[in-house]
Design a binder for this molecule. Sequence first.
Ligand SMILES: C[S@@+](CC[C@H](N)C(=O)[O-])C[C@H]1O[C@@H](n2cnc3c(N)ncnc32)[C@H](O)[C@@H]1O
Length: 347
Amino acid sequence: MHRMASQAATGEETAGPTIADVPNAAEIFNWSVVSYAISAAWEAGVLEHLQEVGRLEIEAFSAANGLDAQIVHAMVKALAMGDVVTLDEEAGVAAPGRTFDEANATKALFHWLHRASGNLIGQLGRVAKGDREGTERDARAIGIASREANAAYFDPVFRRLLADIDFDVVADLGSGAGQRLIDMVLARPGTRGIGIELQPRSNENARAMITAAGCGDRVDILERDVTALEYEDSFADVDLVTCFLLGHDLWPRENAIRTMRSFRETFPRARHLILCDTVRTEGPYSVRGSIFASAFDVVHAGMGQFIPTTSDWLDMLPETGWRCLERHDFEVPSATILFHLVPDDEA
Ligand SMILES: C[S@@+](CC[C@H](N)C(=O)[O-])C[C@H]1O[C@@H](n2cnc3c(N)ncnc32)[C@H](O)[C@@H]1O
């Protein structure tokens, strides 16, 4: 209704369908509650239980897992509103609904939006007025959402790419929980890994995971700032560099060019740089066709962080000393690209 009025007032056509073309305000409101419930249901183990067992008895499940049954019931009832589950209210039993598989497959993105970024987007109006105090995002939830997103979306593509790449030593930039390094060295006997990560807490966690995975003698984690990285002896044999979900932190443009150029000197033997990140969306979002792009833009706008578009990346790459050998565009999460880069002076 409001859109029609504003169109009439301005005489302008909007470029694509917006959410207002489909539901009314009540539906918009209620879908947002479903969205919160998907994130919460994953954290509470509801989605996993439904996937494994095929049904969920609310009272018994809550008691067995030390959960508040009233909250679980409310959560499940909200999920039923979006057909994520079907709910027999009288019996207190839920089962997967028509949208369960899709919600389950994209749960990392809901978690990223609500659990990791909710403290910020819930206060976006205040942030827009210039007051950011107490709006920090949840770093642990970002780690959990990223790990799940890697496993569900990026790793299958990354593994296919890696099958054609020989490497002895890999450096993972912004290594977070260290899972990529663990997976890579375990899959390739004789290889070694170096994680480069700014956050001491992430590094402690990564070192513990690497030791637990039995590859403590093959992976080192270094506390370094990727944007101020300098050559050190342990980088001499690095022949593969990976960089997942960190690329936007290298921007604005001149900083990103400087940092990516520096990798040629910091890792003099590197023959491959695989960079995967979400980009800013140009033009309207595809309401039905894209998931994540809108959230990524809103959250980073809230953080005051510049996010490059695909065109921004393609425009600056020729100045970095790297050229793009191949590119993959992910459907989920939308607006996410992977570049396989090689030194630009190599045939
Ligand atoms: C979204 S997380 C992704 C973690 C991991 N690459 C993954 O795919 O799961 C981004 C990581 O980059 C790290 N990071 C951000 N800026 C950095 C910098 N300048 N130097 C080193 N690490 C950085 C963050 O601390 C965080 O662990």
